[in-house]
Ligand binder design. Sequence first.
Ligand code: NAD
Length: 542
Amino acid sequence: MSNAFFNVPKAINEPVKSYAPGSEEKKSLIETYKKMKNQDPIEIPMFIGGKEVRTNNKQSISSPHDHKRILGSYNVGDSKHVQDAIDSALNAREKWANTPWQDRAAIFLKAAQLLSGPYRDKMNAATMLAQSKNVYQAEIDAACEMIDFFRFNVQYMAEIYSQQPISSPGVWNRLEYRPLEGFVFALTPFNFTAIAANLCAAPALMGNVVVWKPSQSQIYSAQVIVELFKEAGLPDGVVNMVTVGGKEAGDVIFNHKEFAGLHFTGSTTVFRNLWKGIGNNLEKYRSYPRIVGETGGKDFVVAHKTAKPSHVATALSRGAFEYQGQKCSAASRAYVPDNIWEEVKEILVKQVSSFKMGSPEDTNNFINAVIDSKSFNNIKNYLDYSKSSSEAEIIVGGNCYGDEGYFVEPTVIVTTNPSFKTMVEEIFGPVLTIYVYNANKFEETLDLVDSTSEYALTGAIISQDRESIRLASKKLVNSAGNFYINDKPTGAVVGQQPFGGARGSGTNDKAGASMNLLRWVSARTIKETFDTPSDYKYPFLG
Ligand code: NAD
Protein backbone atom coordinates (compact mmCIF):
# COMPACT_ATOMS: atom_id res chain seq x y z
CA MET A 1 0.00 0.00 0.00
CA SER A 2 1.33 3.49 -0.80
CA ASN A 3 -1.06 5.91 0.87
CA ALA A 4 1.38 8.79 0.70
CA PHE A 5 3.62 10.73 -1.67
CA PHE A 6 6.99 9.78 -0.27
CA ASN A 7 9.98 12.11 -0.36
CA VAL A 8 13.28 10.39 -1.10
CA PRO A 9 16.36 11.28 0.95
CA LYS A 10 18.20 14.25 -0.56
CA ALA A 11 21.28 12.91 -2.33
CA ILE A 12 24.68 14.23 -1.33
CA ASN A 13 28.01 13.10 -2.75
CA GLU A 14 29.76 10.35 -0.81
CA PRO A 15 32.78 11.92 0.95
CA VAL A 16 36.07 10.67 -0.56
CA LYS A 17 38.27 9.10 2.10
CA SER A 18 41.87 10.30 2.12
CA TYR A 19 43.78 7.05 2.80
CA ALA A 20 46.50 9.23 4.31
CA PRO A 21 49.48 7.44 5.89
CA GLY A 22 48.51 5.93 9.23
CA SER A 23 44.75 6.28 8.62
CA GLU A 24 42.41 3.50 9.71
CA GLU A 25 40.86 3.32 6.24
CA LYS A 26 44.23 2.75 4.62
CA LYS A 27 45.16 -0.01 7.03
CA SER A 28 41.86 -1.77 6.53
CA LEU A 29 41.86 -1.50 2.71
CA ILE A 30 45.42 -2.73 2.29
CA GLU A 31 44.69 -5.66 4.62
CA THR A 32 41.67 -6.59 2.47
CA TYR A 33 43.76 -6.24 -0.69
CA LYS A 34 46.45 -8.57 0.68
CA LYS A 35 43.89 -11.08 1.87
CA MET A 36 42.23 -11.19 -1.56
CA LYS A 37 45.59 -11.39 -3.31
CA ASN A 38 46.85 -14.25 -1.17
CA GLN A 39 43.67 -16.31 -0.87
CA ASP A 40 43.23 -19.49 -2.93
CA PRO A 41 42.21 -18.67 -6.52
CA ILE A 42 38.49 -17.96 -6.69
CA GLU A 43 36.08 -19.19 -9.36
CA ILE A 44 33.50 -16.72 -10.62
CA PRO A 45 30.23 -18.15 -11.94
CA MET A 46 27.68 -16.50 -14.18
CA PHE A 47 24.56 -15.29 -12.33
CA ILE A 48 21.40 -16.16 -14.20
CA GLY A 49 17.98 -15.92 -12.52
CA GLY A 50 19.75 -15.81 -9.15
CA LYS A 51 21.54 -19.10 -9.80
CA GLU A 52 25.27 -19.55 -10.05
CA VAL A 53 26.06 -21.12 -13.43
CA ARG A 54 29.35 -22.87 -14.23
CA THR A 55 30.77 -24.37 -17.41
CA ASN A 56 33.71 -26.57 -18.31
CA ASN A 57 35.41 -23.66 -20.01
CA LYS A 58 37.41 -21.63 -17.47
CA GLN A 59 39.42 -18.52 -18.23
CA SER A 60 42.00 -17.30 -15.73
CA ILE A 61 42.08 -13.80 -14.21
CA SER A 62 45.30 -12.12 -13.09
CA SER A 63 46.46 -8.68 -11.95
CA PRO A 64 47.59 -6.38 -14.77
CA HIS A 65 50.56 -5.36 -12.58
CA ASP A 66 51.49 -8.97 -11.76
CA HIS A 67 50.17 -10.95 -14.70
CA LYS A 68 51.77 -14.25 -13.80
CA ARG A 69 49.88 -14.49 -10.51
CA ILE A 70 46.50 -16.11 -11.06
CA LEU A 71 43.77 -14.57 -8.90
CA GLY A 72 41.08 -16.91 -10.08
CA SER A 73 39.02 -17.81 -13.09
CA TYR A 74 35.63 -17.16 -14.61
CA ASN A 75 33.29 -19.51 -16.41
CA VAL A 76 33.03 -18.84 -20.12
CA GLY A 77 29.45 -19.19 -21.30
CA ASP A 78 27.95 -19.57 -24.75
CA SER A 79 24.83 -18.56 -26.64
CA LYS A 80 22.66 -20.92 -24.57
CA HIS A 81 23.56 -18.99 -21.41
CA VAL A 82 22.68 -15.72 -23.10
CA GLN A 83 19.30 -17.17 -24.02
CA ASP A 84 18.83 -18.39 -20.42
CA ALA A 85 19.68 -14.93 -19.13
CA ILE A 86 17.08 -13.36 -21.43
CA ASP A 87 14.46 -15.90 -20.30
CA SER A 88 15.23 -15.25 -16.64
CA ALA A 89 15.00 -11.52 -17.16
CA LEU A 90 11.67 -11.81 -18.95
CA ASN A 91 10.32 -14.13 -16.23
CA ALA A 92 11.18 -11.54 -13.61
CA ARG A 93 9.84 -8.64 -15.64
CA GLU A 94 6.19 -8.41 -14.69
CA LYS A 95 6.71 -8.63 -10.97
CA TRP A 96 9.60 -6.15 -11.03
CA ALA A 97 7.81 -3.68 -13.29
CA ASN A 98 4.90 -3.76 -10.81
CA THR A 99 7.07 -3.42 -7.73
CA PRO A 100 6.22 -0.06 -6.09
CA TRP A 101 8.83 2.54 -6.92
CA GLN A 102 9.64 3.16 -3.28
CA ASP A 103 10.67 -0.49 -2.91
CA ARG A 104 12.95 -0.26 -5.96
CA ALA A 105 14.38 2.96 -4.57
CA ALA A 106 14.96 1.37 -1.16
CA ILE A 107 16.94 -1.51 -2.71
CA PHE A 108 19.38 0.84 -4.42
CA LEU A 109 19.60 3.15 -1.38
CA LYS A 110 20.46 0.10 0.67
CA ALA A 111 23.09 -0.92 -1.92
CA ALA A 112 24.60 2.57 -1.53
CA GLN A 113 24.63 2.20 2.25
CA LEU A 114 26.24 -1.24 2.13
CA LEU A 115 28.90 0.03 -0.25
CA SER A 116 29.55 3.04 1.93
CA GLY A 117 30.19 0.65 4.82
CA PRO A 118 30.89 -3.09 4.77
CA TYR A 119 31.39 -3.49 1.00
CA ARG A 120 33.70 -0.52 0.53
CA ASP A 121 37.02 -2.27 1.10
CA LYS A 122 36.05 -5.32 -0.93
CA MET A 123 34.86 -3.31 -3.95
CA ASN A 124 37.91 -1.05 -3.83
CA ALA A 125 40.37 -3.92 -3.32
CA ALA A 126 38.85 -5.93 -6.19
CA THR A 127 39.23 -2.89 -8.45
CA MET A 128 42.83 -2.30 -7.35
CA LEU A 129 43.76 -5.93 -7.72
CA ALA A 130 42.23 -6.84 -11.07
CA GLN A 131 41.97 -3.46 -12.83
CA SER A 132 45.21 -2.01 -11.41
CA LYS A 133 43.89 1.21 -9.86
CA ASN A 134 45.70 2.97 -7.04
CA VAL A 135 43.86 3.48 -3.74
CA TYR A 136 42.59 6.92 -4.65
CA GLN A 137 41.46 5.99 -8.18
CA ALA A 138 39.62 2.96 -6.77
CA GLU A 139 37.97 5.03 -4.04
CA ILE A 140 36.63 7.73 -6.38
CA ASP A 141 35.32 5.10 -8.80
CA ALA A 142 34.34 1.83 -7.15
CA ALA A 143 33.14 3.37 -3.88
CA CYS A 144 32.14 7.02 -4.25
CA GLU A 145 30.94 7.22 -7.83
CA MET A 146 28.95 4.00 -7.55
CA ILE A 147 27.29 5.19 -4.32
CA ASP A 148 26.53 8.55 -5.94
CA PHE A 149 24.98 6.87 -8.97
CA PHE A 150 22.62 4.87 -6.74
CA ARG A 151 21.62 7.77 -4.48
CA PHE A 152 21.29 10.48 -7.13
CA ASN A 153 19.40 8.23 -9.52
CA VAL A 154 16.79 7.58 -6.83
CA GLN A 155 16.34 11.33 -6.49
CA TYR A 156 16.12 11.79 -10.28
CA MET A 157 13.60 8.97 -10.52
CA ALA A 158 11.37 10.74 -7.99
CA GLU A 159 11.75 14.00 -9.92
CA ILE A 160 10.78 12.31 -13.19
CA TYR A 161 7.75 10.60 -11.67
CA SER A 162 6.56 13.92 -10.25
CA GLN A 163 6.51 15.56 -13.70
CA GLN A 164 2.79 15.53 -14.51
CA PRO A 165 0.63 17.29 -17.11
CA ILE A 166 -2.01 19.88 -16.30
CA SER A 167 -5.71 18.95 -16.18
CA SER A 168 -8.77 20.84 -17.38
CA PRO A 169 -12.17 21.10 -15.63
CA GLY A 170 -13.85 17.70 -15.43
CA VAL A 171 -10.68 15.92 -16.59
CA TRP A 172 -7.71 14.39 -14.82
CA ASN A 173 -4.55 13.91 -16.93
CA ARG A 174 -1.76 11.72 -15.72
CA LEU A 175 1.60 10.47 -16.96
CA GLU A 176 2.83 7.04 -16.04
CA TYR A 177 6.51 6.21 -16.62
CA ARG A 178 6.42 2.59 -17.74
CA PRO A 179 9.56 0.49 -17.96
CA LEU A 180 10.44 -0.61 -21.50
CA GLU A 181 8.57 -3.60 -22.90
CA GLY A 182 11.22 -6.30 -23.01
CA PHE A 183 14.73 -6.41 -21.55
CA VAL A 184 17.74 -4.06 -21.53
CA PHE A 185 21.23 -5.21 -22.52
CA ALA A 186 24.00 -3.62 -20.40
CA LEU A 187 27.36 -3.94 -22.16
CA THR A 188 30.10 -2.48 -20.00
CA PRO A 189 33.78 -1.46 -20.22
CA PHE A 190 36.77 -2.42 -18.09
CA ASN A 191 37.84 0.96 -16.85
CA PHE A 192 35.19 2.01 -14.32
CA THR A 193 33.62 -0.38 -11.82
CA ALA A 194 30.98 2.29 -11.13
CA ILE A 195 30.00 2.51 -14.80
CA ALA A 196 29.55 -1.26 -14.97
CA ALA A 197 27.20 -1.16 -11.96
CA ASN A 198 25.33 1.91 -13.17
CA LEU A 199 24.64 0.60 -16.66
CA CYS A 200 22.68 -2.20 -14.97
CA ALA A 201 21.29 -0.24 -12.03
CA ALA A 202 19.88 2.78 -13.90
CA PRO A 203 17.46 0.77 -16.11
CA ALA A 204 16.69 -1.62 -13.23
CA LEU A 205 15.77 1.25 -10.90
CA MET A 206 13.24 2.42 -13.51
CA GLY A 207 11.61 -1.03 -13.42
CA ASN A 208 13.47 -2.76 -16.26
CA VAL A 209 15.10 -6.18 -16.30
CA VAL A 210 18.66 -6.50 -17.51
CA VAL A 211 21.06 -8.90 -19.21
CA TRP A 212 24.57 -7.77 -18.31
CA LYS A 213 27.79 -8.65 -20.07
CA PRO A 214 30.78 -7.16 -18.26
CA SER A 215 34.16 -6.67 -19.91
CA GLN A 216 36.35 -9.74 -19.40
CA SER A 217 38.88 -7.48 -17.62
CA GLN A 218 36.34 -6.34 -15.02
CA ILE A 219 34.78 -9.68 -14.04
CA TYR A 220 36.60 -9.81 -10.69
CA SER A 221 34.88 -6.66 -9.37
CA ALA A 222 31.70 -7.51 -11.33
CA GLN A 223 31.03 -10.44 -9.00
CA VAL A 224 31.25 -8.09 -6.00
CA ILE A 225 28.61 -5.90 -7.68
CA VAL A 226 26.31 -8.94 -8.06
CA GLU A 227 26.87 -9.81 -4.38
CA LEU A 228 26.06 -6.23 -3.40
CA PHE A 229 22.84 -6.16 -5.43
CA LYS A 230 21.77 -9.46 -3.88
CA GLU A 231 22.44 -8.36 -0.33
CA ALA A 232 20.57 -5.12 -0.98
CA GLY A 233 17.51 -7.20 -1.91
CA LEU A 234 17.42 -7.03 -5.72
CA PRO A 235 15.15 -9.92 -6.74
CA ASP A 236 16.55 -12.82 -8.76
CA GLY A 237 16.41 -12.35 -12.51
CA VAL A 238 16.34 -8.54 -12.49
CA VAL A 239 20.04 -8.33 -13.37
CA ASN A 240 21.59 -11.42 -15.00
CA MET A 241 25.33 -11.51 -15.52
CA VAL A 242 26.75 -13.58 -18.37
CA THR A 243 30.46 -13.92 -19.06
CA VAL A 244 30.56 -14.65 -22.77
CA GLY A 245 32.24 -13.10 -25.80
CA GLY A 246 30.70 -9.81 -26.90
CA LYS A 247 29.84 -11.04 -30.36
CA GLU A 248 28.25 -14.21 -29.01
CA ALA A 249 26.06 -12.18 -26.67
CA GLY A 250 25.17 -9.75 -29.43
CA ASP A 251 24.19 -12.50 -31.88
CA VAL A 252 21.47 -13.76 -29.53
CA ILE A 253 20.37 -10.46 -28.02
CA PHE A 254 20.14 -8.36 -31.17
CA ASN A 255 17.99 -11.03 -32.83
CA HIS A 256 15.51 -11.22 -29.95
CA LYS A 257 12.03 -9.80 -30.31
CA GLU A 258 12.02 -8.49 -26.73
CA PHE A 259 15.30 -6.60 -27.00
CA ALA A 260 14.23 -3.14 -25.79
CA GLY A 261 17.40 -1.18 -25.13
CA LEU A 262 21.19 -1.11 -25.17
CA HIS A 263 23.07 0.60 -22.34
CA PHE A 264 26.65 0.66 -23.58
CA THR A 265 29.93 2.23 -22.59
CA GLY A 266 33.05 1.29 -24.53
CA SER A 267 34.86 2.07 -27.73
CA THR A 268 33.40 3.97 -30.66
CA THR A 269 34.08 1.25 -33.24
CA VAL A 270 32.24 -1.40 -31.24
CA PHE A 271 29.29 0.96 -30.62
CA ARG A 272 28.94 1.87 -34.29
CA ASN A 273 28.90 -1.79 -35.27
CA LEU A 274 26.29 -2.61 -32.64
CA TRP A 275 24.07 0.24 -33.82
CA LYS A 276 24.34 -0.94 -37.44
CA GLY A 277 23.42 -4.49 -36.38
CA ILE A 278 20.41 -3.25 -34.41
CA GLY A 279 19.33 -1.09 -37.34
CA ASN A 280 19.42 -4.09 -39.67
CA ASN A 281 17.15 -6.05 -37.32
CA LEU A 282 14.51 -3.39 -36.67
CA GLU A 283 11.64 -5.44 -38.07
CA LYS A 284 12.38 -8.21 -35.59
CA TYR A 285 11.71 -6.10 -32.49
CA ARG A 286 8.46 -5.38 -30.72
CA SER A 287 9.52 -1.75 -30.15
CA TYR A 288 12.23 0.61 -31.38
CA PRO A 289 15.10 -0.18 -29.02
CA ARG A 290 16.59 2.64 -26.97
CA ILE A 291 20.29 2.98 -27.80
CA VAL A 292 22.46 4.73 -25.25
CA GLY A 293 26.21 4.65 -25.77
CA GLU A 294 29.06 6.60 -24.20
CA THR A 295 32.21 5.93 -26.19
CA GLY A 296 35.73 7.11 -26.98
CA GLY A 297 37.45 10.45 -26.64
CA LYS A 298 40.46 12.45 -27.78
CA ASP A 299 40.25 15.00 -25.04
CA PHE A 300 42.01 18.33 -25.28
CA VAL A 301 43.60 20.97 -23.12
CA VAL A 302 44.16 24.33 -24.78
CA ALA A 303 46.21 26.94 -22.99
CA HIS A 304 46.02 30.68 -23.67
CA LYS A 305 49.10 32.91 -23.63
CA THR A 306 47.94 34.35 -20.27
CA ALA A 307 47.79 30.92 -18.58
CA LYS A 308 50.05 30.24 -15.62
CA PRO A 309 52.58 27.55 -16.61
CA SER A 310 52.10 25.63 -13.34
CA HIS A 311 48.32 25.48 -13.94
CA VAL A 312 48.83 24.12 -17.45
CA ALA A 313 51.46 21.57 -16.42
CA THR A 314 49.36 20.26 -13.51
CA ALA A 315 46.14 20.04 -15.56
CA LEU A 316 48.18 17.92 -17.97
CA SER A 317 50.03 15.71 -15.51
CA ARG A 318 46.87 14.89 -13.55
CA GLY A 319 44.51 15.01 -16.50
CA ALA A 320 46.54 12.79 -18.80
CA PHE A 321 48.07 10.16 -16.54
CA GLU A 322 45.77 9.26 -13.66
CA TYR A 323 44.68 5.63 -14.04
CA GLN A 324 47.36 5.36 -16.73
CA GLY A 325 45.34 7.54 -19.10
CA GLN A 326 42.65 4.84 -19.29
CA LYS A 327 39.82 7.27 -18.74
CA CYS A 328 37.60 8.22 -21.63
CA SER A 329 38.05 11.80 -20.36
CA ALA A 330 41.86 11.72 -20.12
CA ALA A 331 43.70 14.68 -21.66
CA SER A 332 45.52 13.22 -24.64
CA ARG A 333 46.23 16.25 -26.84
CA ALA A 334 47.31 19.68 -25.72
CA TYR A 335 47.87 23.03 -27.40
CA VAL A 336 50.39 25.21 -25.59
CA PRO A 337 51.38 28.74 -26.75
CA ASP A 338 55.06 29.30 -27.45
CA ASN A 339 55.41 32.19 -24.96
CA ILE A 340 54.92 29.86 -21.96
CA TRP A 341 56.05 26.56 -23.47
CA GLU A 342 59.56 26.38 -22.01
CA GLU A 343 58.24 26.92 -18.49
CA VAL A 344 55.34 24.48 -18.95
CA LYS A 345 57.77 21.91 -20.32
CA GLU A 346 60.13 22.23 -17.39
CA ILE A 347 57.38 21.80 -14.76
CA LEU A 348 55.61 19.03 -16.67
CA VAL A 349 58.75 16.96 -17.21
CA LYS A 350 59.69 17.41 -13.55
CA GLN A 351 56.23 16.31 -12.37
CA VAL A 352 55.96 13.33 -14.71
CA SER A 353 59.51 12.18 -13.95
CA SER A 354 58.65 12.11 -10.25
CA PHE A 355 55.71 9.67 -10.69
CA LYS A 356 56.36 6.29 -9.12
CA MET A 357 55.09 3.28 -11.04
CA GLY A 358 54.27 -0.19 -9.74
CA SER A 359 51.69 -2.24 -7.88
CA PRO A 360 48.73 -0.46 -6.19
CA GLU A 361 49.64 -2.37 -3.03
CA ASP A 362 52.47 0.15 -2.55
CA THR A 363 50.50 3.35 -2.07
CA ASN A 364 53.45 5.51 -3.08
CA ASN A 365 52.79 4.47 -6.66
CA PHE A 366 50.86 7.08 -8.62
CA ILE A 367 50.97 4.97 -11.79
CA ASN A 368 50.02 1.29 -12.06
CA ALA A 369 49.76 -1.08 -15.01
CA VAL A 370 47.64 -0.83 -18.15
CA ILE A 371 44.84 -3.34 -18.37
CA ASP A 372 46.16 -6.19 -20.55
CA SER A 373 48.68 -7.34 -23.14
CA LYS A 374 46.53 -6.16 -26.04
CA SER A 375 46.43 -2.64 -24.68
CA PHE A 376 50.15 -2.78 -23.75
CA ASN A 377 51.10 -3.74 -27.33
CA ASN A 378 48.76 -1.20 -28.83
CA ILE A 379 50.26 1.65 -26.78
CA LYS A 380 53.79 0.41 -27.49
CA ASN A 381 53.08 0.55 -31.23
CA TYR A 382 52.09 4.23 -30.91
CA LEU A 383 55.29 4.93 -28.97
CA ASP A 384 57.45 3.08 -31.55
CA TYR A 385 55.72 5.00 -34.33
CA SER A 386 56.42 8.31 -32.58
CA LYS A 387 60.04 7.39 -31.91
CA SER A 388 60.61 6.74 -35.61
CA SER A 389 58.89 9.93 -36.80
CA SER A 390 60.71 13.13 -37.69
CA GLU A 391 57.59 15.07 -36.64
CA ALA A 392 57.67 13.94 -33.01
CA GLU A 393 59.95 14.07 -30.01
CA ILE A 394 59.42 12.22 -26.74
CA ILE A 395 60.37 14.59 -23.92
CA VAL A 396 59.64 12.23 -21.04
CA GLY A 397 58.83 8.51 -20.75
CA GLY A 398 58.57 6.33 -23.83
CA ASN A 399 59.53 2.94 -22.34
CA CYS A 400 57.41 -0.13 -21.71
CA TYR A 401 58.14 -3.01 -19.32
CA GLY A 402 55.96 -6.06 -19.81
CA ASP A 403 57.73 -8.89 -17.96
CA GLU A 404 56.06 -8.68 -14.59
CA GLY A 405 53.15 -6.32 -15.24
CA TYR A 406 51.93 -4.29 -18.21
CA PHE A 407 53.81 -1.11 -17.32
CA VAL A 408 54.00 1.81 -19.72
CA GLU A 409 55.91 4.89 -18.66
CA PRO A 410 53.81 8.07 -18.69
CA THR A 411 54.92 9.65 -21.94
CA VAL A 412 54.82 13.16 -23.35
CA ILE A 413 55.29 13.58 -27.10
CA VAL A 414 55.82 16.98 -28.68
CA THR A 415 54.85 17.19 -32.33
CA THR A 416 55.32 19.78 -35.05
CA ASN A 417 52.31 18.40 -36.91
CA PRO A 418 48.91 19.23 -35.35
CA SER A 419 47.40 16.28 -37.24
CA PHE A 420 50.05 13.82 -36.09
CA LYS A 421 48.59 10.32 -35.52
CA THR A 422 48.79 10.63 -31.72
CA MET A 423 46.97 14.00 -31.82
CA VAL A 424 44.03 12.39 -33.59
CA GLU A 425 43.51 8.76 -32.52
CA GLU A 426 42.35 7.51 -29.13
CA ILE A 427 45.26 5.55 -27.58
CA PHE A 428 43.73 4.84 -24.17
CA GLY A 429 47.02 4.79 -22.31
CA PRO A 430 49.43 7.16 -20.53
CA VAL A 431 50.40 9.10 -23.64
CA LEU A 432 49.97 12.85 -24.07
CA THR A 433 50.85 14.70 -27.28
CA ILE A 434 51.51 18.44 -27.29
CA TYR A 435 51.45 20.87 -30.17
CA VAL A 436 53.19 24.17 -29.48
CA TYR A 437 51.42 27.01 -31.30
CA ASN A 438 52.22 30.62 -32.10
CA ALA A 439 50.82 32.53 -29.09
CA ASN A 440 49.27 35.12 -31.40
CA LYS A 441 47.25 32.50 -33.26
CA PHE A 442 44.82 31.55 -30.49
CA GLU A 443 41.67 31.74 -32.60
CA GLU A 444 43.14 29.67 -35.44
CA THR A 445 44.28 27.14 -32.85
CA LEU A 446 40.72 26.84 -31.52
CA ASP A 447 39.61 25.92 -35.05
CA LEU A 448 42.31 23.27 -35.05
CA VAL A 449 41.13 21.90 -31.70
CA ASP A 450 37.58 21.66 -33.03
CA SER A 451 38.43 19.95 -36.31
CA THR A 452 41.27 17.58 -35.42
CA SER A 453 39.37 14.62 -34.02
CA GLU A 454 36.07 12.84 -34.60
CA TYR A 455 35.38 12.82 -30.84
CA ALA A 456 33.74 15.42 -28.61
CA LEU A 457 33.91 14.13 -25.05
CA THR A 458 35.90 16.42 -22.73
CA GLY A 459 38.13 19.45 -23.12
CA ALA A 460 39.63 22.29 -21.11
CA ILE A 461 40.72 25.89 -21.58
CA ILE A 462 43.39 27.27 -19.24
CA SER A 463 43.55 31.06 -19.27
CA GLN A 464 43.69 34.16 -17.07
CA ASP A 465 41.90 36.24 -19.66
CA ARG A 466 38.07 36.34 -19.67
CA GLU A 467 37.72 37.25 -23.32
CA SER A 468 39.74 34.25 -24.42
CA ILE A 469 37.65 31.99 -22.18
CA ARG A 470 34.48 33.35 -23.77
CA LEU A 471 35.89 32.84 -27.26
CA ALA A 472 36.98 29.28 -26.50
CA SER A 473 33.58 28.44 -24.95
CA LYS A 474 31.89 29.69 -28.11
CA LYS A 475 34.21 28.21 -30.74
CA LEU A 476 34.41 24.86 -28.96
CA VAL A 477 30.68 24.66 -28.23
CA ASN A 478 30.34 21.33 -30.04
CA SER A 479 33.84 20.00 -29.36
CA ALA A 480 33.15 18.59 -25.89
CA GLY A 481 30.15 17.39 -23.88
CA ASN A 482 32.07 18.26 -20.69
CA PHE A 483 33.96 21.54 -20.91
CA TYR A 484 36.32 22.68 -18.17
CA ILE A 485 37.61 26.18 -17.49
CA ASN A 486 40.92 26.36 -15.65
CA ASP A 487 40.74 22.71 -14.60
CA LYS A 488 41.76 19.29 -15.86
CA PRO A 489 39.22 17.58 -18.13
CA THR A 490 38.75 14.48 -15.92
CA GLY A 491 37.06 13.67 -12.61
CA ALA A 492 33.37 14.41 -13.31
CA VAL A 493 31.27 13.97 -10.17
CA VAL A 494 27.71 12.59 -10.25
CA GLY A 495 25.17 15.34 -9.57
CA GLN A 496 27.77 18.05 -10.23
CA GLN A 497 29.12 17.53 -13.75
CA PRO A 498 26.70 15.23 -15.65
CA PHE A 499 28.94 13.24 -17.98
CA GLY A 500 28.86 12.42 -21.68
CA GLY A 501 30.03 13.58 -25.07
CA ALA A 502 28.64 14.03 -28.56
CA ARG A 503 29.87 13.49 -32.15
CA GLY A 504 31.83 10.19 -32.23
CA SER A 505 31.89 10.07 -28.41
CA GLY A 506 28.34 8.90 -27.92
CA THR A 507 24.69 9.73 -27.56
CA ASN A 508 25.35 12.18 -24.70
CA ASP A 509 22.61 10.89 -22.44
CA LYS A 510 24.63 12.00 -19.39
CA ALA A 511 25.22 9.11 -17.01
CA GLY A 512 23.96 9.79 -13.51
CA ALA A 513 21.45 12.41 -14.64
CA SER A 514 17.70 12.34 -15.16
CA MET A 515 18.32 12.59 -18.93
CA ASN A 516 19.72 9.08 -18.81
CA LEU A 517 16.87 7.65 -16.73
CA LEU A 518 14.32 9.04 -19.18
CA ARG A 519 15.76 6.70 -21.82
CA TRP A 520 14.65 3.68 -19.78
CA VAL A 521 10.98 4.55 -19.58
CA SER A 522 8.17 4.84 -22.07
CA ALA A 523 5.53 7.23 -20.82
CA ARG A 524 1.84 6.40 -20.95
CA THR A 525 -0.57 9.34 -20.94
CA ILE A 526 -3.84 8.71 -19.17
CA LYS A 527 -6.83 11.03 -19.63
CA GLU A 528 -9.81 10.42 -17.37
CA THR A 529 -13.03 12.32 -18.01
CA PHE A 530 -15.54 12.78 -15.15
CA ASP A 531 -18.33 14.15 -17.30
CA THR A 532 -18.46 11.67 -20.14
CA PRO A 533 -20.34 13.03 -23.23
CA SER A 534 -23.47 11.15 -24.22
CA ASP A 535 -24.41 12.91 -27.45
CA TYR A 536 -22.23 13.39 -30.52
CA LYS A 537 -23.65 16.84 -31.36
CA TYR A 538 -21.36 19.77 -30.57
CA PRO A 539 -23.07 23.12 -29.79
CA PHE A 540 -22.05 24.56 -33.18
CA LEU A 541 -24.40 22.09 -34.88
CA GLY A 542 -27.29 24.10 -33.47
P1 NAD B 1 35.40 -2.08 -25.66
O1 NAD B 1 34.61 -1.37 -26.69
O2 NAD B 1 36.55 -2.90 -26.11
O3 NAD B 1 34.47 -3.04 -24.81
C1 NAD B 1 33.26 -2.61 -24.21
C2 NAD B 1 32.35 -3.81 -24.05
O4 NAD B 1 31.93 -4.25 -25.35
C3 NAD B 1 33.05 -5.01 -23.40
O5 NAD B 1 32.14 -5.66 -22.53
C4 NAD B 1 33.40 -5.87 -24.58
O6 NAD B 1 33.54 -7.23 -24.26
C5 NAD B 1 32.22 -5.64 -25.49
N1 NAD B 1 32.49 -5.92 -26.91
C6 NAD B 1 33.67 -5.77 -27.58
N2 NAD B 1 33.49 -6.12 -28.88
C7 NAD B 1 32.19 -6.49 -29.03
C8 NAD B 1 31.40 -6.93 -30.12
N3 NAD B 1 31.91 -7.08 -31.34
N4 NAD B 1 30.09 -7.22 -29.90
C9 NAD B 1 29.55 -7.05 -28.67
N5 NAD B 1 30.27 -6.64 -27.60
C10 NAD B 1 31.56 -6.35 -27.78
O7 NAD B 1 35.88 -0.96 -24.59
P2 NAD B 1 36.85 -1.12 -23.34
O8 NAD B 1 38.24 -1.36 -23.82
O9 NAD B 1 36.28 -2.04 -22.32
O10 NAD B 1 36.75 0.34 -22.71
C11 NAD B 1 37.50 1.40 -23.19
C12 NAD B 1 36.69 2.27 -24.13
O11 NAD B 1 35.54 2.75 -23.46
C13 NAD B 1 37.44 3.51 -24.58
O12 NAD B 1 37.19 3.76 -25.93
C14 NAD B 1 36.84 4.61 -23.71
O13 NAD B 1 36.95 5.90 -24.25
C15 NAD B 1 35.43 4.15 -23.60
N6 NAD B 1 34.78 4.71 -22.40
C16 NAD B 1 33.90 5.73 -22.58
C17 NAD B 1 33.28 6.30 -21.48
C18 NAD B 1 32.32 7.44 -21.65
O14 NAD B 1 31.60 7.76 -20.71
N7 NAD B 1 32.27 8.08 -22.81
C19 NAD B 1 33.55 5.82 -20.21
C20 NAD B 1 34.44 4.76 -20.06
C21 NAD B 1 35.04 4.21 -21.18
